[in-house]
Write a protein that binds this ligand. Structure first.
Ligand code: GLN
Length: 557
């Protein structure tokens, strides 16, 4: 049913007390509950930093960079939004302070402001409001949920809170503010403490914004008297004090929020019908398979950012989705590629059910990645290479099978005599960094006789990209003659998208990023099949323990 634009409701999610309270997951969970009642919802993240987008940020700074269909490099929370809602996002769903200022400054240079003094209020706040309301245009959504990054009280968050204040004033009940705070448990006092929440709401009030709903992150349940106390001090009714208890899986949060009636409180306050019962059957089915696995596998994730799981967020979540589909718990063992060497290779990798070599940039840890791939290839361990992982697989194969001893990617070794991975033609003249890679969705044609075709069961697919280098087709014939199968090719440009190795139980390298497409409703077929292969591998090894011994031997050669 088409809804007039004026009917779009705007929900803002702010955070207080500390960062990392899980605003992204709460936003995605509320969106899921509204979606399950038949409403159309999108979620947007506003990030108060000056970078134009997180594409240029080191993963240590900000975790993974998530790529959307339209090629935007965005905050990793957009990954949660897509995984929960199964609806694609776009550049409009992630805006930073840098992008807001860039747009205002470009307008100023064009003369759009007709001689006015350009100021934070109203020009920056107008631009923020425009970015929020853009998603409400064209009757697309019943609800736009906007998550404000950072914590209330931060200097850099101020223009965003001011924009919310103005929108609330202008649109009244079409806007609602959910404030997420922390209710800490003090072990010495044996008590949950409400003061940080009170202070955080006071800070909001100083800026002229009264939160409508408080979501309280806590490690212990909130009893009625705590809820009443928070309600009394923060000018909300007690039913609008929602407990968000620590949990071991983010996928439980929508159910916890449903039990807390977060969606009902929001619908009531926004005068929207709550008649339609939420349909969460598929979600609950997924959760049931996730929480009651029948077996387990251990996947080695070889990468250079292993100190920080957020750096590989989408890959880890895709493995969880694929595990649930296979009724299997996936233990992810993070292996630091810089620490893999010929001495410890066997010890580190011999008990793994599968090896996934991660995407990345630059030379650090490349040697370890190549060794891990060689080990997986020789020992018939399921191997999945993603982007740089696939490129390293091609370097390994060139060196050890085609005997091109100094083969490399020109990203790491510009003067290599055998550039099996080389910079793309279109990339050669590009010198600026942000947003200039081959980004977003591109088509891929699948060879019908391949394993890949069996996995996707489709001849044409589309997957998202984020890279500058590609397989060098000059070497294609030589690779093919030695058993490499080029099973996925970009039909327009002839670029290699997927490789697989004949005779190996499961060896797939992809130039694209399948992890950006895996959702709870649609776990990605490549990850699902990889986990299936890992299960088969473990079954085979347990039936034939001798194979583990022969593995140790073959790795010595
Ligand atoms: N560094 C490689 C390239 O730019 C791979 C990038 C990636 O893994 N996302 O092509």
């Amino acid at each position: 049913m088409a809804t007039p634009t004026e009917n779009t409701k705007y929900i803002f999610v702010t955070g207080g007390v500390t960062s990392s309270l899980g605003k992204g997951i709460i936003s995605a969970s509320l969106a899921k509950l509204l979606q399950s009642r038949g409403y159309s919802v999108t979620i947007q993240k506003l990030d108060p930093y000056i970078n134009i987008d997180p594409g240029t940020l080191n993963p240590y700074e900000h975790g993974e960079c998530y790529v959307t269909e339209d090629g935007a490099e965005t905050d990793l929370d957009l990954g949660h939004y897509e995984r929960f809602l199964n609806v694609p996002t776009s550049q409009a769903n992630n805006v930073t302070t840098g992008r807001i200022y860039l747009s205002v400054i470009e307008k100023e240079r064009r003369g759009d402001y007709l001689g006015e003094t350009v100021q934070v209020i109203p020009h920056i706040t107008d631009e923020i409001k425009h970015s929020i309301q853009l998603l409400g245009e064209n009757n697309q959504y019943d609800f736009v949920i906007t998550e404000i990054g950072g914590t209330v009280g931060d200097i850099e968050s101020l223009p965003y809170i001011e924009a919310i204040r103005q929108l609330k004033w202008e649109m009244g009940p079409r806007c609602l503010v959910i404030h997420l705070t922390l209710v800490p448990y003090l072990a010495a006092a044996k008590e949950l403490k409400t003061k940080p929440t009170q202070h955080s709401v006071k800070t909001m009030l100083e800026y002229g914004v009264q939160p409508d709903v408080l979501v309280c992150r806590t490690e212990r349940p909130l009893n009625q008297s705590i809820r009443n106390k928070i309600a009394l001090f923060c000018n909300v009714d007690a039913t609008s004090v929602i407990e968000s208890i620590d949990t071991d899986s983010i996928y439980k949060v929508p159910i916890l929020m449903k039990d807390e009636k977060l969606d009902l409180v929001v619908l009531r306050k926004m005068k929207m019908s709550a008649n339609c019962k939420p349909d969460l059957d598929k979600w609950e089915g997924f959760l049931d398979r996730l929480l009651n696995p029948r077996k387990s596998v251990t996947i080695g994730l070889v990468g250079k950012y292993v100190e920080l799981v957020d750096a590989y967020k989408s890959i880890i979540e895709s493995l969880i989705h694929a595990g649930a589909t296979n009724h299997c718990k996936v233990n992810v063992q993070l292996i630091h590629s810089e620490q893999v060497n010929t001495q410890n290779l066997n010890k580190l990798l011999k008990n793994l059910s599968g090896i996934l070599v991660a995407p990345g940039f630059g030379d650090r840890g490349i040697k370890g990645k190549i060794l891990a791939i060689q080990y997986a290839r020789i020992n018939n361990i399921p191997f999945f290479g993603i982007c740089l992982g696939m490129q390293c697989a091609m370097v390994e194969f060139a060196r050890n099978v085609l005997h091109l001893k100094n083969a490399h990617s020109t990203e790491m070794e510009p003067d290599t005599p055998d550039p099996v991975i080389d910079i793309m033609e279109q990339q050669k003249q590009i010198y600026t960094k942000g947003g200039t890679m081959r980004l977003g969705a591109y088509p891929c044609k699948i060879e019908k006789t391949s394993k890949l075709y069996q996995i996707y069961n489709q001849e044409y697919i589309s997957e998202r990209h984020r890279h500058r280098y590609e397989f060098n087709n000059k070497y294609l014939k030589d690779f093919e003659q030695h058993g490499m199968v080029f099973s996925g090719i970009n039909p327009d440009l002839g670029l290699v998208e997927v490789v697989e190795l004949s005779g190996h139980p499961w060896y797939v390298g992809v130039q694209y990023h399948p992890e950006y497409h895996s959702t709870v409703a649609n776990p990605h077929p490549l990850f699902v099949d990889f986990i299936k292969a890992a299960i088969d591998h473990d079954t085979l090894t347990s039936e034939n323990p001798q194979s583990a011994i022969s593995r140790a031997v073959s790795s010595a050669h």
